[in-house]
Ligand binder design. Structure first.
Ligand code: 1HA
Length: 270
């Protein structure tokens, strides 16, 4: 039973239940295309889920059966980005992508209908993707005068391979759920009416497992593709674990007690 936390939001719905947070893009009239406000609210919801100690896994999805997300709202695309209400141009979905990747909790894309353009990249960078049989995937950038040469290109190539990634971007074709499964773009395909039930079952299985093990694994998977930022994340987790040890705490305590730290009492691990 989802509890509604959407109050402060206009473009997204935000729900929580049993350790699961669900962020839903709620613009079905435009196939859940995002404008800067949509992205900002998704970032806010994601931050809430990240800092809520009761939440262990996050679902990203789109309202209705027709689309997960169709990318940037072309109606508000200005000459250097997507316009907000003040007329400022943004490409702030790139920040959301980084937030999803650096979120220490697993983020699962739950996809019914279209995941297209910038909406396709969003599902791509989620840790897992669960698709309904009616899901359709693809990039449109070169068709509409856009491209995502960041995660959208390099991370895609690491998921589906160089040839397939170039095909997806150069030809701008659409792929059905089975094709997406065959190329490793999604984890499983289920009948539309079972989509949420199956996604929640995957979440529950994840929730049974060690949060720190999951956190370390996510940052370890990221480290390989995210360069210095990936190493920073992995190293940050090492620091967190070190802070949790007596040895780490001896350094802090000695400083606060204005004495010399006694690290000699700790084993020198082989
Ligand atoms: O590449 C980037 C970025 C790169 C770097 C940094 C930042 C980036 C940020 C964003 C993006 C992009 O996302 S570029 C790619 C933008 N998206 C698209 O090119 C997809 C456009 N939409 C479609 O291809 C199709 O609508 C669809 C395959 C998703 C669905 O087709 P369908 O079911 O036939 O519905 P359709 O009739 O086309 O759409 C329903 C309504 O939704 C239409 O409005 P209506 O005529 O009823 O008033 C349609 O215009 C609207 N709509 C759909 N997608 C968008 C949209 N309106 C604005 N923006 C959209 N993306």
């Amino acid at each position: 039973d989802w509890q509604d936390h959407s109050d402060s939001f206009q473009d997204v719905l935000y729900h929580k239940a049993e350790g699961i947070a669900k962020i839903t893009i709620n613009r079905p009239q435009v196939r859940n295309a995002f404008r800067p406000l949509t992205v900002k609210e998704m970032q806010q919801a994601l931050a809430d889920a990240r800092f809520d100690e009761n939440i262990g896994v996050i679902i990203l999805t789109g309202q209705g059966d027709l689309a997960f997300c169709s990318g940037g709202d072309q109606r508000v695309r200005g000459d250097s980005g997507y316009k907000d209400d003040q007329g400022v141009h943004h490409l702030n979905v790139l920040d959301l992508q980084k937030d999803i990747r650096s979120c220490p909790k697993p983020v699962i894309a739950m996809i019914a209908g279209y995941a297209i353009g910038g909406g396709h990249v969003l599902h791509l960078i989620c840790d897992l993707s669960i698709a309904a049989e009616n899901a359709r995937f693809g990039q449109t950038g070169p068709k509409v005068g856009s491209f995502d040469g960041g995660f959208g290109a390099s991370y895609m190539a690491s998921v589906v391979g160089q040839k397939k990634a170039r095909e997806i971007w150069f030809l701008c074709r659409q792929y059905n759920a089975q094709e997406a499964l065959d190329m490793g773009l999604v984890n499983t395909v289920v009948p539309l009416e079972q989509l949420e039930q199956e996604t929640v079952a995957w979440c529950r299985q994840i929730l049974e497992h060690s949060p720190i093990a999951l956190r370390m694994l996510k940052s370890a998977f990221n480290a390989g593709t995210d360069g210095q930022a990936g190493i920073q994340e992995l190293a940050g987790n090492s620091t967190m674990l070190f802070y949790m040890t007596e040895e780490g705490q001896e350094g802090r305590n000695a400083y606060l007690e204005k004495r010399k730290p006694d690290f000699g009492k700790f084993r020198r691990q082989p």
